[in-house]
Write a protein of this length. Structure first.
Length: 301
């Protein structure tokens, strides 16, 4: 009896193939890991791709110091369970070392400064490829991305210089100093990720499910109350039932009001929304129409 792959099987197969291509074509790859759902999915795919052996790459976390504690705790738990290598480099250390100027204001984010720490980490370990969890549906600049996205010796991205990828043939040839960002789930959507998480029984940080949290409502966004935001006279902190669609810095990631406590309820919410997760909840992407693209040109993930 023949077995026909469903769409999740096809996406999984493609992602595993891309991961194995990255491991085969590059000498020192790394997997960028944040403790968010997409990078957790990448770890699950890597387990399928390389077990019973060890991963042919370490996990690398560029820690801004403004992370949700739930994501950090889950990161450490997952690393302990898998026994894989975790490399952590801190943006705060880069700020002090390079004398970088942090942004100021109510929601002062270190998100853009991650680029400096990432590029330093790539240089330190001589990584020639960094595997990431970017998807083409999260932000319009991502739609210009290739699966093997070539970056120059300064970490910069030039969309017009990206290589064609016909018939799923990926070209990892690079010159000394260049780097490639590899995106195994580039063809997945947010809904695909959640359906796959449900099918595979993948554990996630509790922050993705409805919970009560102290919230500052600011310019229509629900911001977690934390030591990293500036409290002004007149600010009102309330408790709301919220969850997070994406997890970044506490200063640039907004929550959504939700009562969804199960995967089925989350999938139903996402199926009904017409706004992308970054479009709804990532404050740093609202700086300009080309905010993400500007960061990518400078070496961002």
């Amino acid at each position: 009896m023949s077995y026909q792959l469903d769409y999740l099987d096809q996406l999984e197969s493609e992602a595993i193939y891309i991961m194995r291509e990255a491991a085969g074509q590059f000498e020192r790859p790394a997997l960028l890991f944040s403790g968010g759902k997409d990078s957790i999915t990448l770890v699950h795919l890597a387990l399928k791709a390389f077990r019973p052996g060890k991963f042919p790459f370490p996990l690398v976390h560029i820690d801004t110091g403004h992370n949700f504690q739930e994501a950090l705790d889950f990161r450490d738990k997952l690393v302990a369970e898998t026994g894989e290598q975790l490399i952590v480099r801190n943006v705060g250390d880069t700020i002090r070392k390079k004398g970088l100027k942090e942004t100021t204001g109510k929601l002062a984010s270190r998100n853009a400064l991650q680029t400096f720490t990432l590029l330093d980490t790539i240089e330190e370990f001589e990584f020639d490829a960094c595997i990431g969890g970017a998807r083409r549906d999260e932000e319009k600049a991502r739609a210009k991305e290739r699966v093997f996205s070539v970056r120059d010796e300064f970490g910069g991205w030039e969309p017009k210089k990206q290589r064609p990828e016909l018939w799923n043939i990926y070209n990892g040839k690079i010159s000394k100093g260049e780097n490639v960002r590899v995106f195994p789930i580039s063809n997945w959507t947010e809904l695909d990720v959640w359906n796959y998480i449900k099918r595979e029984g993948i554990e996630l940080p509790k922050i993705y499910f409805s919970h009560e949290r102290e919230i500052l409502e600011y310019e229509g966004q629900l911001i977690a109350n934390s030591e990293f935001i500036r409290r002004d006279v007149g600010d009102v902190i309330t408790r709301k039932k919220v969850r997070y669609r994406t997890v970044g810095d506490m200063t640039c990631t907004a929550a959504v009001e939700s009562n969804a406590i199960t995967l089925d309820e989350i999938i139903a919410e996402i199926s009904a929304t017409r706004i992308s997760e970054r479009g709804e909840t990532r404050i740093d992407d609202r700086i300009s129409e080309a905010a993400m693209e500007d960061r990518k040109v400078n070496g961002y993930f």
